[in-house]
Write a protein that binds this ligand. Structure first.
Ligand code: NAP
Length: 238
């Protein structure tokens, strides 16, 4: 029987973790909720980079590494691919398909923060849904803009930004109400591909609100890639 180290932190990873018995390990960075009802062991916190992860794989006798992390968590995915190679164990990855723009969408892709700020110039009331990273840029918000920044938890904002804390899944009616009440004129989003956060795109489409989309990072090549939980579970059961 293989011993699996599952790198997670997203809904799909938790679905896989729920199928794993006590000899396996579910690994979380420690920024979200830690499940307490799993049969498998749960490990919380980083490994100290590639070498630390490779060391852990060796020490624990892991023989299959599963990367089911978020599509924008590029560092841990790189570390996983390299550590697996160093340790001589296979690395399989669950790659969540990206959202595709639909008729009526006005999506503007940007690669980084500089491009994002440029793309934001014509707008006044953005809804920023990029997690915590933008918190370090609050002092750069121009006087003519007021941001609503949505993160998992509430953080202090400033006179040009209010931070609201909310965790998905988000309901379409709540998203409609948020856009309406805050008079949102542009949405800023990753292309996470998650159904839990997709309703904001639907509301942007309905209201003709443009979406500035932060491009996905490039992820490393691995031994096997899966695009659905069901396919990965099938492969694990063989
Ligand atoms: P990241 O930049 O790729 O990783 C930063 C560091 O966090 C890694 O080098 C590693 O530390 C540690 N780490 C990340 N995932 C880990 C895991 N599953 N188990 C143990 N250590 C982990 O990741 P991030 O973007 O900060 O995201 C952190 C976690 O949140 C990820 O697990 C991801 O699945 C989840 N998440 C991310 C996003 C997002 O938008 N980025 C959204 C939802 C959930 P060491 O180098 O010390 O090992």
């Amino acid at each position: 029987m293989k011993r699996i180290l599952l790198l997670g932190g997203v809904t799909e990873a938790l679905v896989i973790a729920r199928t794993l018995g006590p000899q396996h390990i579910y690994s979380l960075a420690g920024i979200g909720r830690v499940p307490t009802d799993l049969q498998c062991r749960v490990r919380v916190g980083g490994y100290g980079g590639v070498e630390g992860l490779a060391q852990f794989i060796g020490d624990e006798g892991i023989d299959l590494l599963l990367d089911a992390t978020h599509p924008y968590a590029a560092q841990i995915s790189q570390n996983a691919a390299l550590a697996a190679r160093l340790s001589g164990v296979p690395c399989w990855a669950l790659r969540r398909p990206a959202w595709q723009a639909q008729a009526g969408d006005d999506w503007r892709e940007v690669s980084d923060w500089v491009e994002l700020i440029e793309a934001l110039e014509p707008f006044h009331r953005p809804l920023v849904t990029l997690g915590r990273e933008p918190l370090q840029h609050l002092d750069e918000i121009p006087p003519e803009q007021f941001w609503t920044l949505r993160a998992l938890d509430v953080y202090p904002g400033n006179e040009r930004c209010e931070v609201i804390g909310a965790r998905g899944p988000f309901l379409i009616d709540d998203e409609r109400e948020l856009f309406e009440r805050r008079n949102i004129d542009v949405l800023i989003s990753k292309n996470s591909g998650s159904t839990a956060t997709e309703p904001k795109l639907e509301v942007a489409r309905e209201r003709g609100v443009p979406v500035i989309v932060l491009k996905r990072p490039v992820l490393p090549g691995v031994d096997r890639e899966f695009f659905s939980v069901a396919d990965m579970l099938d492969a694990l059961s063989m």
